[in-house]
Design a protein around this ligand. Structure first.
Ligand code: T3D
Length: 260
């Protein structure tokens, strides 16, 4: 598939997807969703995925010019749009068997904010911001917003963000625990690359199961979680990376993980 709305490349174990409609703050169209789905289907061989945006914004959510209709015209079925596009995107990001870094280079609004929160590690430029813009147009937070927000920042802050739709600065997002880290704008690319290279040389299967176990904790009992940890450890105990990690420790050298 030729990409018109995203950029995609993959090298040295690092896959990168850049939302690429900068004149519309990388807002989502059906075509961009289709390209994203295609690209996410191609990252299987990578050991880390980086998602970012081109230009001054990360993503302004749904392209609203696709939604403006005359007063007497039939309104679009937004449920169908969620079912076809946003829901599969969030689930695909969470299910990927490698860390997903979101480098939030500018404003992340509406579904753009929540797609960022669906990623495993969010780095944001200091000038970036997060806006639950849905309430301003009569919608609910989607793309997992009602799931991620209370879990990440608690109900009181989630309510304020979702009901008011105020701009949350990257610094405040870090202070509240909404994101991993806020970095100076001119450091975002370098910090993202450093993290991506770290993950590309890490024990990928261990990280994949760590991600799965931490997300499962949102709905599991302690007993279920202990069982899951046992099962993960059993599987990883037979991995080449575990053997290499222990050998490197004993030999007092840096490990060479192959992601197997
Ligand atoms: O519909 C469904 O399928 C259901 C799912 C919905 C999911 C959603 O995401 S709903 C929420 C949709 N998003 C929004 O409501 C956010 C709309 N955008 C904004 O509020 C502001 O643009 C921002 C706060 C994000 C940034 O503000 P600012 O002042 O930095 O930039 P700007 O001037 O508003 O935007 C720059 C250009 O991008 C501008 O175009 P122009 O005037 O230069 O020709 C603006 O119209 C365009 N743009 C920004 N966001 C969108 C957009 N165009 C279409 N759709 C957008 N979402």
């Amino acid at each position: 598939m030729d990409y018109q709305n995203i950029l995609f490349d993959q090298a040295d174990g690092i896959a990168r997807i850049t939302l690429n409609r900068p004149d519309r703050l990388n807002s989502f169209t059906a075509a961009m969703h289709a390209e994203l789905r295609d690209a996410l289907g191609r990252v299987g061989g990578a050991r880390v995925l980086v998602l970012t945006g081109a230009g001054r914004g990360f993503c302004a959510g749904q392209d609203l010019s696709d939604r403006a209709v005359a007063a007497d015209a039939q309104q679009p079925d937004l449920g169908a749009s969620i079912e076809t596009n946003y829901r599969p995107l969030v689930l695909a990001l969470r299910a990927l068997p490698m860390p997903v870094i979101c480098a939030v280079n500018g404003v992340a609004a509406g579904a753009g904010a929540n797609i960022a929160l669906a990623c495993d590690i969010v780095l944001a430029a200091r000038s970036a911001s997060f806006i639950q813009a849905f309430c301003k147009i009569g919608l609910v937070p989607d793309s997992g917003g009602t799931y991620f927000l209370p879990r990440l920042v608690g109900t009181a802050r989630a309510m304020g963000l979702a009901l008011l739709g105020d701009k949350l600065s990257a610094e405040q997002a870090e202070a509240w625990g909404l994101i991993w880290k806020c970095v100076d704008d001119d450091r975002l690319a370098a910090e993202t690359d450093k993290l991506a290279r770290h993950f590309a040389a890490a024990p990928t299967r261990g990280l994949a199961l760590t991600k799965r176990a931490l997300y499962a904790a949102a709905h599991n009992t302690l007993e279920q979680q202990l069982d899951l940890e046992r099962d993960c450890q059993r599987e990883l105990g037979y991995s080449e990376d575990y053997r290499e990690g222990v050998a490197a420790f004993m030999e007092k050298r840096a490990p060479r993980f192959q992601g197997r």
